[in-house]
Design a protein around this ligand. Structure first.
Ligand SMILES: [Zn+2]
Length: 306
């Protein structure tokens, strides 16, 4: 696998009409570059995170960074690799969302590139002191990048995993990248529901599942790539979890009781279900606590036990 994932397909393949099936789409997270479609390359530099880049005749479009935890030198490693392979610079750095693990090291491209992100991303980057490029170009709903004959469509469908996660779509290659909402089949995407807007996420997962011109869904974590069926399945999981936890809350059961009562056995196709279920229930409870007003007789605010 290592040999395969270190395979680097360069220049001559960039504009050839090769079928997607001819490209290697699995990934072992080692430092490396893999071409996954006629125009799109996947890259990573350690850990479980990876991003994309798209080389064109007029420059390179980079989407996200490489490592978890933020690996020193990873951005420079990619910059050196790109300089060896192409005689054009990185022109755009797209940040999928503000989470450090996905954008680490992107500032190293600031000498030639402008950074792009959703309009809500900047306060998070500044507040958290992210080690990343700071976007000077932001957008509200959608934005197209047209460079060297490649069109990249950036879309914001609403708050989901963070209030600034965007979808990066390359329609001519059928590639869609929505890290942390897309994972390899059979893996729940997040250890818990932190920084998640659950109701809006359920809606957006439906939009992602129905988008046209999508053959490959690239995870931001792990291997291999998946399909839009992933979004539909996670939508079903999240909807079921929400309804099951909520029904017990309406019956005035405590979080401790709910942890005992909620079963998600009908989603046993998720290989990490057992590990993730408890934190998923706890953080769903937390979300729903702030979503509703119960008929408590006392009306007292929540208190820390003495
Ligand atoms: Zn994230």
């Amino acid at each position: 696998m290592n040999i395969i994932t270190r395979l680097i397909l360069i220049g001559a393949f960039l504009f050839s009409p090769l079928a997607i099936a001819q490209f290697e789409t699995s990934w072992d997270n080692s430092r490396g570059i893999t071409q996954i479609s006629p125009h799109v390359f996947r890259w990573g530099a350690g850990g479980s995170i990876n991003g994309l880049f798209i080389p064109t005749s007029d420059g390179i479009i980079l989407i996200d960074g490489p490592a978890l935890p933020c690996e020193p030198g990873a951005g420079q490693w990619l910059k050196d690799e790109l300089a060896l392979r192409y005689d054009v610079p990185v022109r755009y750095v797209v940040l999928s969302h503000d989470h450090q693990s996905h954008i680490c090291g992107t500032a190293v491209f600031a000498d030639t590139a402008v950074a792009i992100g959703h309009k809500k991303i900047r306060p998070h980057l500044i507040r958290e002191g992210r080690i990343a490029a700071l976007p000077t170009i932001t957008f509200e709903d959608s934005m197209d990048i047209d460079l060297g004959g490649v069109k990249v469509v950036l879309s914001y469908f609403g708050p989901t995993h963070s209030d600034n996660l965007i979808a990066t779509h390359i329609p001519q290659d059928g590639v869609l990248f929505v890290p942390d909402l897309g994972r390899p089949e059979g893996q729940l995407p997040n250890p818990d529901l932190r920084d998640m807007y659950v109701d809006s996420t359920i809606e957006v997962l439906g939009i992602l599942a129905r988008m046209d011109d999508v053959d490959i869904v690239v995870p931001g974590h792990g291997s291999p790539v998946s399909t839009q069926a992933y979004f539909q399945r996670y939508r079903e999981y999240l909807t079921a979890l929400r309804e099951r936890v909520l029904s017990h809350m309406v019956e005035e059961r405590s979080l401790y009781e709910i942890l005992e009562l909620v079963s998600m056995d009908d989603f046993s196709d998720y290989t990490n279900l057992e590990k993730n279920l408890e934190p998923n229930i706890i953080t769903m409870y937390d979300y729903l606590y702030r979503y509703r007003e119960p008929n408590f007789p006392s009306g007292l605010p929540i208190r820390v036990p003495q």
